[in-house]
Write a protein that binds this ligand. Structure first.
Ligand code: NOJ
Length: 521
């Protein structure tokens, strides 16, 4: 079970309205009480924060706003002392344009680091005026190329113009970045989440991408083209394999790849028996699948069937990039989402604040920070709503800080906070704790097989089975009461109800999910 910490918004220890490493240290008991196994920290490295840390200006240090290396070591020691693991965010596709490598590369056309990035001459557009070298689009809107007056060439940026893409075909880049991984592994870090892994290699010729026939205005400009040549090149698997070999050389370490691709292509990132890839290519399907029993059952079945031999599944229900699950589905279904996430087969990743059921947070226009939203306003692409501070208690600023935080708190923080929910067994936090405790107690949940049962209208049902144990999950996705059939020849004991029902009598309340222990009778 991985828990994603967004460091800016977890706990502020020095009163600047922004979270930091010392703050995370103060709150580790929350993670122990919750029952997670590992923390993944979004980037903590020195950064101008154009993309809130995903623009790294130095890979082997700590952003002063978050602390320093000594504080990092102290955090790591505390995490390990509690029996937890710590993962960092490795951002290989691009550096900040303030990284010394880029400053050198930009200095002149013949700088030894020129080829560490992608520099190309302008290409004449149809009307003869100079334009970008090809039609690739930035994930943040507009062209992926930025003209640099100093040397009269464009450089490539798949994300913001402040995030220049590294040229991973250059062996010096590769060696330098492998050293970055070694630096943190040597310090004792337990693994990495690898940012946009599928983007790291581009087609050697940098040819135009094909146009996307499904593009419609309002989708965001990154969808104008299909990323055939700018991402997901065959050679990426050799690179993923090299990351994996390095991780394996340190023993028990974990690599999670951030990859947004259709299922069949996603699966290739597990690698092969001869050349394993990352342990877990992130599976984001639950963020996109319609909240319907048939659609979810189909998504689970297709994913399970697509896994390669020995591939361990994983599920993600929220992140700093996605709308809050409780905002999307409402409180009752967010409880079902918790049960689904924690009872499916494989490693779940839980995003901070989802254990409180934080819903949609409206960010006043003058407080919008996310460059995605600022560059393409009005398309609903803003990510600030998922990045608001954790709420710890009912005191000023929810115990997160002593001053107004960098982003506003959710409106109901006075009641929706850790301290309050700890007192209420029926709270979302209580539910997460019970579900995580059940995962530890029942081998069927941690490593048993999954058997999808025919879905009843708006009720998703599946069994988890291990030697001598059968558990049934039934989630009522409707707003009406529903009857649930048990498998023939079984009766059931209730382990967890999302609605706090004391026992199971064959009915599910509107929006209720249950975890049942089956007994043969
Ligand atoms: C994915 C990260 O999750 C997102 O926050 C970031 O903007 C992009 N990668 C670029 O690094």
């Amino acid at each position: 079970m991985i828990y994603q910490v967004y460091p800016r918004s977890f706990q502020d220890s020095d009163g600047d309205g922004i979270g930091d490493l010392a703050g995370i240290r103060q709150r580790l008991d929350h993670l122990v009480a919750l029952g997670v196994d590992a923390l993944w920290l979004s980037p903590i490295f020195p950064s101008p924060m154009a993309d809130f840390g995903y623009d790294v200006a130095e890979y082997r240090g700590v952003e002063p706003m978050f602390g320093d290396l000594a504080q990092f070591d102290a955090l790591l020691a505390d995490v390990h002392a509690r029996g937890l693991k710590l993962m960092l965010d490795f951002v290989p596709n691009h550096t900040s344009t303030e990284h010394p490598w880029f400053l050198e590369s930009r200095a002149s056309r013949d700088n030894p680091k020129r080829d560490w990035y992608f520099w190309r001459d302008p290409k004449p557009a149809a009307d003869g005026t100079p334009g970008p070298p090809n039609n690739w689009t930035s994930d943040m809107g507009g062209s992926a190329w930025q003209f640099d007056e100093a040397t009269g060439q464009y450089y490539l940026h798949t994300f913001l113009k402040e995030q220049a893409d590294l040229n991973w075909r250059n062996p010096e880049v590769r060696a330098a970045m492998m050293d970055v991984l070694r630096f943190w592994f040597d310090r004792g870090v337990d693994g990495f989440r690898i940012d946009v892994l599928w983007h790291c290699l581009k087609s050697q010729g940098l040819e135009d991408n094909p146009l996307n026939p499904a593009y419609r205005p309002g989708m965001g400009e990154k969808y104008l083209v299909l990323q055939h040549n700018s991402a997901n090149q065959r050679e990426i698997h050799e690179l993923a394999g090299a990351f994996r070999s390095l991780a394996d050389s340190y023993g028990d370490r974990l690599l999670v790849g951030e990859i947004f691709l259709p299922l069949e292509q996603l699966m290739t990132y597990y690698g092969s028996a001869e050349q394993p890839g990352v342990h877990l290519p992130f599976n984001f399907q639950l963020l996109e699948t319609p909240w319907k029993a048939d659609a979810l059952a189909q998504a689970i079945a297709t994913y399970e069937a697509a896994l390669p031999q020995g591939g361990w599944p994983n599920w993600v229900m929220g992140s700093h990039d996605a709308p809050r699950i409780a905002g999307r589905l409402g409180e009752a279904q967010a409880r079902n989402a918790a049960m689904l996430l924690l009872t499916l087969r494989g490693t779940p990743t839980l995003y901070q604040g989802d254990e409180l059921g934080i819903g949609r947070v409206t960010i006043p226009p003058d407080r919008i920070c996310d460059p995605q939203d600022l560059r393409q306003p009005g398309l609903g692409l803003g990510r600030d709503g998922a990045r608001t501070p954790m709420a710890w208690d009912g005191t000023a600023y929810a115990g997160f800080s002593t001053i107004e935080p960098w982003l506003p708190l959710h409106a109901d923080w006075r009641v929706r906070n850790v301290s309050r929910q700890e007192q209420e067994p029926g709270s979302m936090l209580g539910l997460y704790r019970r579900l995580l405790a059940a995962r530890r107690e029942h081998p069927a949940l941690s490593h048993g097989e999954i058997v999808l049962l025919p879905y009843e209208p708006e009720v998703l049902r599946y069994e988890r089975r291990a030697a001598g144990e059968r558990l049934l999950v039934a989630l009522n996705l409707s707003e009406q009461e529903r009857l649930v059939d048990l498998p023939p020849g079984t009766s059931a004991d209730l382990l967890v109800s999302t609605a706090g029902s004391p026992l199971f009598d064959g009915r599910l309340l509107p929006g209720e999910g249950v975890l049942l222990q089956l007994k043969e009778c």
